[in-house]
Design a protein. Structure first.
Length: 224
């Protein structure tokens, strides 16, 4: 059963990455009718929503290294998203700006995630270390600490889902209402954002499966 769960985790992550990569490659080649670059889309949406204290900058990372930094109020867009006008570019740019709008409005789930963040950071650093040591030394306390760390990570991922889905919903609304995309382009934009969102769903599923796997290992050891 342990090996079966491990294989399932690998399959879920591979499907997730393949779905995102395939969608991105497809929609980065599909230019929007109005030919607005991702950086211009981000600036326009922020201005139309009265948000003037957020900066748009090119990300220093690679492909799809896009994120919003709430501490510095900076939307970081990867080079392809920042400079191009494809369906992928405008969709991802609008999604990241959606996070900036959430932050400006005090979206409830963000406050909850921020409360979980410090403990989750500790859990991500110590969880697997504790599990590994607990397994090789047969110390049940360390094993259970690691399992509770994974549960905390799972809760953080669960709270993250509505934040990501909401940012994508905001993105579509903003793209349409501001005339950035036409009705004929909406379906493609939604598919691009759905592929990106699925990576968060896959991460949550993988964490749940890992928790189940470690619990099964612990149960088998206790029976032995």
């Amino acid at each position: 059963m342990d090996y079966l769960i491990w294989i399932l985790i690998i399959v879920v992550m591979m499907i997730s990455q393949s779905f995102l990569s395939g969608s991105y490659q497809k929609y980065r080649r599909m230019q929007t009718i109005h030919q607005m670059r991702g950086c211009d889309v981000a600036k326009l949406i922020l201005e139309r929503n009265g948000v003037y204290d957020v900066t748009i900058v090119p990300s220093k990372g690679g492909t799809l290294s896009d994120y919003y930094d709430p501490t510095r109020k900076i939307v970081n867009l990867s080079s392809d998203i920042y400079y191009n006008s494809s369906i992928a570019s405008v969709s991802v740019a609008a999604h990241e700006v959606g996070h900036a709008l959430q932050h400006a409005e005090g979206y409830g789930f963000i406050a909850l995630r921020n409360k979980l963040l410090p403990a989750t950071q500790i859990a991500s650093q110590l969880g697997w270390v504790s599990i590994f040591i607990g397994l090789i030394s047969n110390i049940d306390f360390l094993l259970m600490f690691g399992i509770f760390a994974l549960i905390l990570i799972m809760l953080f991922q669960l709270v993250t889902l509505p934040i990501e889905f909401n940012a994508s919903s905001r993105a579509i609304v903003q793209l349409r209402s501001n005339g950035i995309i036409e009705d004929s382009e909406v379906a493609s934009s939604k598919k691009m954002l759905q592929a990106a969102a699925f990576t968060y769903v896959a991460a949550l599923i993988s964490t749940i499966l890992n928790i189940l796997r470690i619990l099964l290992i612990r149960g088998n050891r206790n029976r032995d």
